[in-house]
Write a new protein. Structure first.
Lengths: 295, 73
């Protein structure tokens, strides 16, 4: 039985050695900075290491999808089957939430957000992220103070951009597919049944619903903030955790981050899922009522 | 209460922020409650395990986000 295990591990051995040796390159630094480090400026706009990483990963996503699918055929090739299975999985998850009418127009936004965020998060776990860069020597170890590669979502500007784009298109979708009247009715409208309630009570309830509508608008204005900080906090916190796990116990320092890498894989997947599902829920709350489903 | 916190900071070099501590405390309790109810629901209806898992993970991610508001905002 031990021999079987060794046969399984043999092809994996170079991968494991590579991963552990990249962890060895790491040395004490001042932790991960909240602000991503700048490389150069394009005119007035600073370009940070996480921006450059996100460009490379985006290019990788585009190239891989293009190689997988090419031009879609009626009889699918193997790559097309993979992409089709991802699309149908996302469809099964999203169609009950956003409703049939707005599913197809909004699918590009939701699936784009999911694929983008999940691949950016997972590519922040590859060897070399955070360990290759500019630095100086501190007591016989090379210490990286300005890494060349940093996960794209560990920069709050990136997650802010994603949240703002998602909310901008949320406004577009609900205005186009539900209309202003349905929006105002959903936020400020009186939801009591006029026949079952006395007239004075109905009037009082109208005032209460209008006040509740203002509170709802306040919570809607807070949505971009919450989307931003949820994704940023998880990815930046994960990066910071992996860096600090390395210094916790000097004797076993290369093995301690390994379980946290698995946790970061799960967190990367969950945060992409949560981002996409939240935007879908925001769209579906207003647009799905129009299908006439039970209130 | 602020006197005690200031003295604790001087004596023992604890310099964490109370804002982050309270936020993370709330988030941890919230995630624990979601987990507790999720496990209970699976116990009542084991066949719905997959759907309950998806809902639980969504609820935990939303509850944990509040910790990040208090840490970074």
């Amino acid at each position: 039985m031990i021999i079987n295990v060794l046969f399984v591990l043999k092809p994996l051995a170079p991968v494991i050695v590579f991963l552990f040796s990249s962890l060895q390159l790491f040395a004490a630094g001042d932790g991960v900075h909240l602000k991503a480090e700048q490389f150069f400026n394009i005119g007035v706009i600073p370009v940070t290491n996480s921006m450059v990483t996100s460009w490379f990963v985006s290019l990788l996503i585009i190239v891989i999808i293009k190689i997988l699918v090419g031009s879609p055929q009626l009889v699918p090739s193997k790559g097309q089957i993979i992409v089709e299975s991802i699309v149908s999985g996302l469809r099964g998850m999203l169609e009950p939430i956003v409703g049939k009418k707005v599913f197809f127009p909004s699918f590009w936004l939701l699936s784009g957000l999911f694929i983008f965020i999940i691949i950016q998060n997972w590519s922040g776990l590859l060897p070399g992220v955070g360990t290759i860069g500019y630095g100086n020597v501190i007591d016989n170890h090379f210490s990286v103070s300005k890494p060349l590669i940093r996960p794209g979502n560990a920069d709050i500007n990136m997650t802010l951009a994603l949240a703002l784009v998602a909310n901008l298109f949320w406004v577009y979708f609900i205005v186009k597919y539900a209309g202003f009247k349905a929006i105002i009715k959903d936020w400020f409208g009186n939801k009591a049944d006029k026949k079952e309630v006395h007239f004075l009570m109905f009037a009082a309830l109208s005032l209460i619903f209008i006040a509740v509508g203002f509170i709802e608008v306040l919570s809607i204005v807070f949505r971009p903030v919450s989307l931003t900080f949820r994704l940023f906090g998880n990815v930046f916190g994960g990066e910071s955790l992996l860096h600090s796990m390395f210094y916790l116990a000097p004797q076993v320092n290369w093995i301690l981050p390994v379980p946290f890498y698995f946790m970061e894989v799960l967190i990367g997947l969950v945060q992409a899922l949560v981002f996409m599902l939240l935007v879908a829920v925001y769209i579906g709350l207003i647009c799905n009522h129009e299908e006439g489903d039970n209130h | 209460m602020y006197d005690i916190l200031a003295q604790a900071e001087q004596v023992s070099q604890i310099s964490g922020s109370i804002q982050g501590a309270l936020g993370c405390l709330g988030a941890a309790i919230g995630v624990g409650i979601v987990g507790m109810k999720g496990v209970e629901a699976v116990g009542r209806n084991p066949d719905a395990g997959g759907k309950i898992l998806v809902q639980s993970i969504l609820g935990m991610a939303l509850a944990e986000a509040v910790a990040f508001y208090s840490l970074f905002l």
